[in-house]
Design a protein around this ligand. Structure first.
Ligand code: ADP
Length: 187
């Protein structure tokens, strides 16, 4: 079977996490969320967690080196061999290049990229009303995360160029899921 090696990207609040969960359930591949992995590290009080806590709280990016290592280890595990849905990674051109290289080095298929697009005012509204109450969901941090998205994550998308499938992230969750599945040919 072909691998489902997917990057699900888009600005903070675009709904990547929700759609990643839905797709992974259906396709039987793991969701790999660097945001979740980093928040777990903070919650566990590990050395990594102590190093990244302040960075997450400010909404800044954790270093490429740290997140690349996390993803490299995760994608090498047995459950990720038939595919994965990456949510929150890559976020920079450097991370994208590292991902391409590690897949190629392991003889695996290249990634496919889906980007959910949502206007900025709608993103701020969504994040501020999010139920989980994440400590980085305050207005100042949200604006910082949106700025970082424009500055660092847009170049990541440029790395994949025409291969990026851009879909509107403003309709219902079911409609968005259906459009992603159609784009990827997942029944
Ligand atoms: P969101 O997309 O809603 O902002 P995430 O859960 O993807 O949230 O990420 C939360 C935080 O974790 C980011 O603001 C950043 O500090 C850190 N982070 C997550 N993924 C990465 C990554 N690939 N590179 C650098 N930092 C990351």
């Amino acid at each position: 079977m072909r691998e489902l090696n997917l990057i699900l990207t888009g600005p903070p609040g675009a709904g990547k996490g929700t759609q990643a969960q839905r797709l992974t359930k259906r396709a039987g591949v793991p969701q790999v969320s660097t945001g979740d992995m980093l928040r777990e590290a903070v919650a566990s009080g590990s050395e990594l967690g102590r190093r990244v806590k302040g960075i997450l709280e400010a909404g800044d990016l954790v270093s490429d080196e740290i997140v690349i290592e996390l993803v490299k280890e995760r994608l090498a595990r047995p459950d990720a061999q038939s595919g994965f849905v990456l949510d929150g990674f890559p976020r920079t051109g450097e991370q994208a290049r590292a991902l391409d290289e590690l897949l190629a080095a392991a003889g695996r298929e290249p990634v496919r990229v889906v980007c959910l697009e949502v206007p900025e005012e709608e993103l701020i509204r969504r994040i501020m009303s999010r139920a989980e109450g994440r400590s980085d969901d305050n207005e100042e941090t949200v604006r910082n995360r949106l700025q970082i998205y424009q500055r660092d994550t847009r170049p990541m998308l440029e790395h994949y160029g025409e291969a990026v499938v851009r879909l509107p992230g403003t309709c219902t969750m079911d409609e968005i899921e259906a459009s992603i599945r159609t784009a990827l040919g997942i029944s």
